[in-house]
Ligand binder design. Structure first.
Ligand SMILES: NC(=O)c1ccc[n+]([C@@H]2O[C@H](COP(=O)([O-])OP(=O)(O)OC[C@H]3O[C@@H](n4cnc5c(N)ncnc54)[C@H](O)[C@@H]3O)[C@@H](O)[C@H]2O)c1
Length: 248
């Protein structure tokens, strides 16, 4: 049998590359879907990594991207919705475009990706969806649109799990806490970042931060046959900080 195929959105980002690397190691062929940097990421990863340039917020772009993967490898077994943004704002000053952009990438994107993969799963008799949420869906966070988008992702996941279950598709979320990736380093200066990292490590019963590899391993489990009976679930990979009342 041919190797299974995964699409990882935001595949040129820090977590996307970590997820792709673990899936490649597990024998997947991996399409790295991103709006930028896909060629470079695929070359760096090596193996059966396919660069797919696309914008997850654009229905036609997503359709063409899934078609490209189908044309190349003929199937899609696992979809990992990992692309995400968190532009700075507060509710007192949020620009409508900032609010919409956050919801578009973090919530509409996963819905469009699922939509265009459904025909593959219908044809193949099953599939896997894992979306990258965030600990902030439980409450708090630095930016309200981001928290709302990640809470909305839980609603999307539960609805998709009901609709796609009869097709043999499982739909789950992996919800990390703060990681030291460019996602955060671009937002905060070194001092602020060290302060955040210290706060998260202190709030963790394990006394540690989460690394991209921790999240990637959880994704690899949920797309594997070992997780065949798990659907509609939120798996926190947060070093226990999901139990802390407020870390931000
Ligand atoms: N880093 C953290 O602390 C943290 C914590 C919890 C959850 N997360 C989640 O993890 C995921 C990955 O984060 P990361 O730390 O790797 O960030 P990152 O910024 O390194 O990667 C995000 C990637 O998404 C891509 N992207 C953005 N908009 C896109 C679009 N419209 N179409 C296609 N691709 C697009 C970017 O180009 C980038 O490569 C996000 O969903 C984020 O919300 C991150």
């Amino acid at each position: 049998m041919n190797a299974p195929v995964a699409i990882v959105t935001g595949g040129a980002g820090a977590l996307g590359k970590a997820i792709a690397s673990v899936l490649l190691g597990d024998g997947f062929r991996v399409a790295l879907l991103d709006r930028q940097g896909t060629e470079h990421a695929a070359a760096a990863l090596g193996g059966e990594a396919l660069p797919v340039q696309a914008d997850v917020t654009d229905d036609e772009s997503v359709r063409a991207a899934v078609e490209q993967v189908n044309r190349t490898w003929g199937r899609v077994d696992a979809l990992v919705n990992n692309a995400g943004i968190e532009p700075a704002h507060s509710l007192a000053d949020v620009a409508p475009d900032t609010w919409r952009a956050t919801l578009e990438v973090n919530l509409t994107g996963p819905a469009l990706m699922i939509k265009h993969c459904v025909p593959c799963w219908r044809r193949q008799g099953g599939g896997r969806v894992v979306s990258i949420g965030s600990r902030v869906w439980l409450g708090g966070g630095w930016t309200p649109a981001y928290s709302a988008s990640k809470a909305g992702l839980v609603g999307l996941t539960r609805a998709a799990c009901q609709e796609l279950g009869p097709l043999g598709v499982t739909v789950n979320i992996v919800a990390p806490s703060f990681m030291r990736t460019p996602f955060n380093t671009q937002k905060a200066g070194d001092g602020l970042l060290a302060e955040h990292a210290g706060r998260f490590a202190a709030a963790s019963p394990l006394g540690r931060l989460v690394e991209p590899a921790d999240v990637a391993n959880a994704v690899a489990f949920l797309v594997s046959d070992r997780a065949a009976a798990i659907t509609g679930e939120v798996l926190h990979v947060a070093a226990g900080t999901q139990l802390a009342p407020a870390v931000h």
